[in-house]
Design a protein around this ligand. Structure first.
Ligand SMILES: [Zn+2]
Length: 105
């Protein structure tokens, strides 16, 4: 087996480099809509958060997300993101706990 290169991305809040897979992608679509991208396949400008609500809050507070997405993220978008983020965080933590195990369907 060839060693696989793990793509790293930086969490916009805590500035930590993490494997792309363990980060949550926030994407701004070409239409300007900001949403959480769980598939990692949405087109648009993306920013990464390491999946902790603390980081989301920090990114909100210091506008790191706005800077990363090069757009002003409105309060209603943050509200929506916060709700989605909480839902996703649980899933994210579960996935992370399962890391290393084989994924059988
Ligand atoms: Zn972080």
């Amino acid at each position: 087996m060839k060693p696989r290169k793990v793509p790293l991305r930086k969490c916009v809040a805590c500035q930590q480099m993490m494997p792309k897979k363990s980060l949550i992608r926030i994407v701004r679509s070409p239409e300007g809509q900001v949403s959480i991208d769980l598939t990692g396949k949405k087109s648009g400008r993306g920013a990464y958060l390491c999946g902790q609500v603390a980081c989301f809050k920090l990114a909100h507070k210091n506008r790191a997300l706005d800077r990363a997405l090069n757009s002003t993220v409105g309060p209603e978008v943050y509200e929506q993101l916060a709700r989605d983020f909480l839902a996703v965080e649980e899933e994210y933590l579960l996935t992370r706990d399962r890391e290393g195990e084989d994924d059988h369907e």
